[in-house]
Design a protein around this ligand. Structure first.
Ligand SMILES: *[C@@H]1O[C@H](CO)[C@@H](O)[C@H](O)[C@H]1NC(C)=O
Ligand SMILES: *[C@@H]1O[C@H](CO)[C@@H](O)[C@H](O)[C@H]1NC(C)=O
Ligand SMILES: *[C@@H]1O[C@H](CO)[C@@H](O)[C@H](O)[C@H]1NC(C)=O
Ligand SMILES: *[C@@H]1O[C@H](CO)[C@@H](O)[C@H](O)[C@H]1NC(C)=O
Ligand SMILES: *[C@@H]1O[C@H](CO)[C@@H](O)[C@H](O)[C@H]1NC(C)=O
Length: 494
């Protein structure tokens, strides 16, 4: 009897010793941080960003998706999907099946976001209890994805879905300070921690404190933290992307980043945390040239009421009977490109969704199209913008930063090429040792910035795996001894 009690105790206590810590990732998301901001201003002082370029890994920048507004881009970064697949095709858009015009004011409606994307914070929580995975498997999965093996990708999602429960000893957990979308449900799941409602006035240092409190939480620490900072977007819009105010803001964000590094250092976590610095898009001066569609015989009465009035990149929603007319007239305007749904160039990956309804407008840098007043009280549009991010995603000024810092990355790595926002999700999965959901990333775009030195990332992974294996061995032996002992006791009784 005593033997069996001891056995039960040993088996009960054992799993608590098997708790392991998961890889930790922080994603710092700066709104409108153009890829070259740290270099365009003469005399700018950015010691922390310099440290990142010396000790971390960088590429030239990351290309955004259409439309070059915030919401589609934050979701492409987080999910690795092109807009036609995650279906948040702009900040505002029309969905013909729901017969509903969506905009930011009603983004709490789950149908705004939850149309097929699995953002990284959800992937992290779905696989809350999965064991560390060999890095080799990840690379393998990436190669298969590239080969277009959709069935395999589907199986991965299935496997991820099966590991939903977070009832293990040390589950993975995600937290987001204002990262757009983190407050929304995706297939019934939300980030474990998020701050809501959005408060633009919440001090940036306070945002870091909130993130740090989640990372160091003794009960359920997060292993993935997303930190959103709504600048340099505001200053770039107000004063221009190449203004002194934008320069000053970049210096302030450098100082803020130093604070994050200091706090991680104080907790002894800096050396074991991977940190990504991303932006949703870049910024260009203007637009200072307003083109009136009226001058070309087109007016607002030819459009559905939800068609936006004046933009540099947008979907236009002409009434069915005017579709051809509007297309033909707008096609004659210099510095404006319009594409019919069936003709959107493939590189935008934009038209294979019902939320792309009729036609796309892309203006040259510095230009904006006005379709005219939509009511009598409508104020005249002006072309006095100092800065805008609405432009062709293949314009370099549309690109954002992409910097990485931490043990998984080569020190001082730089590649003078752009990656794509859709490449980032697969990398985050790799860093967190997760099986990625099906996505549009290309592994070859990110592979070479990773530290493949066997003494760093890979050895950690192998150590993790063998530690788990050792635990199973000891647990198994323990069980065997118990069973033998029990059998012996039973023999005595009967
Ligand atoms: C911007 O800053 C530079 C250097 O501090 C200064 O020389 C210049 O006058 C400033 N420009 C404006 C428009 O304030
Ligand atoms: C950040 O700025 C504050 C003052 O605004 C300064 O005291 C501090 O030294 C700066 N930190 C870094 C790392 O630059
Ligand atoms: C505007 O269009 C003209 C004529 O097509 C072209 O020469 C010019 O480069 C365009 N401007 C921009 C900023 O692309
Ligand atoms: C999307 O555009 C491509 C041309 O780039 C075309 O081949 C395809 O049929 C279009 N898809 C839809 C759904 O219109
Ligand atoms: C992007 O990924 C999704 C999910 O796997 C897939 O359905 C879609 O076809 C992919 N798009 C492209 C252009 O490969």
């Amino acid at each position: 009897m005593r033997v069996s009690m001891l056995c039960v105790l040993a088996l009960l206590i054992y799993p608590t010793l098997a708790a392991s810590s998961h890889s930790r990732l922080i994603v710092v998301a700066f709104d409108s941080f153009r890829y070259d901001f740290p270099h365009v201003f003469p005399g700018i002082v950015t010691p922390t960003f310099d440290k990142i370029s010396q000790e971390g890994a960088r590429v030239k920048g990351s290309r955004p998706v259409l439309m070059t507004n915030s919401w589609p881009n934050w979701l492409s970064l987080a999910s690795g999907l092109w807009p036609e697949s995650h279906q948040v095709v702009d900040n505002s858009f029309y969905d013909p099946e729901f017969d509903k015009w969506f905009n930011l004011a009603i983004r709490a409606d789950p149908r705004y976001y939850d149309m097929g994307a699995e953002p990284i914070w959800i992937t992290n929580q779905r696989q809350a209890c999965s064991q560390r995975q060999a890095a080799g498997d990840q690379r393998h999965a990436g190669d298969q994805r590239q080969a277009g093996d959709q069935r395999q990708a589907g199986d991965q999602r299935q496997a991820a879905g099966d590991q939903r429960s977070g009832d293990c000893e040390n589950p993975r957990s995600s937290g987001a300070v204002f990262y757009p979308g983190a407050e929304a449900p995706f297939s019934g799941m939300k980030a474990d921690r998020f701050v809501t409602p959005y408060n633009e006035l919440l001090d940036y240092r306070r945002r870091i404190d909130i993130l740090m409190s989640w990372i160091t939480d003794p009960v359920r620490p997060i292993n993935l933290g997303m930190l959103y900072i709504d600048n340099p977007d505001h200053v770039a819009h107000e004063f221009g992307p190449e203004s002194n105010q934008t320069r000053d803001m970049v210096e302030l964000l450098d100082n803020l980043t130093a604070t994050l590094f200091d706090k991680l250092q104080q907790e002894g976590l800096l050396d074991s945390t991977n940190i990504l610095f991303i932006g949703d898009h870049g910024h260009a001066p203007g637009p200072d040239k307003l083109i009136s569609a009226n001058d070309y015989g087109v007016d607002s009465s030819m459009f559905e009421s939800y068609s936006p009035r004046s933009h540099s990149t947008a979907q236009l929603y002409p009434k069915k009977e005017y579709e051809e007319f509007v297309y033909e007239r707008l096609s004659t305007i210099p510095n404006i490109t319009v594409y019919r749904k069936a003709e959107v160039p493939e590189r935008y990956h934009y038209n294979n969704t019902r939320r792309m309804v009729s036609m796309v407008l892309i203006a040259d840098e510095g230009f904006k199209l006005d379709i005219g007043p939509k009511s009598r009280t409508d104020v005249p549009q002006r072309a006095s913008g100092r800065g805008s991010h609405q432009m062709d995603p293949f314009n370099d000024k549309a690109a954002s930063i992409f910097w990485a810092y931490g043990p998984a990355f080569k020190q001082g790595f730089y590649r003078d090429e752009f990656i794509y926002h859709v490449d980032v999700y697969q990398l985050m999965c790799h860093l967190l040792e997760l099986k990625p959901a099906p996505n549009n990333g290309t592994w070859a775009h990110v592979r070479d910035m990773l530290n493949v030195d066997p003494t760093s990332t890979l050895s950690t992974t192998t150590e993790g795996a063998s530690a788990v294996l050792a635990h199973y061995w000891i647990f198994g032996l323990n069980l065997l001894v118990c069973l033998l002992a029990l059998q012996h006791t039973h023999g005595d009784i009967y």
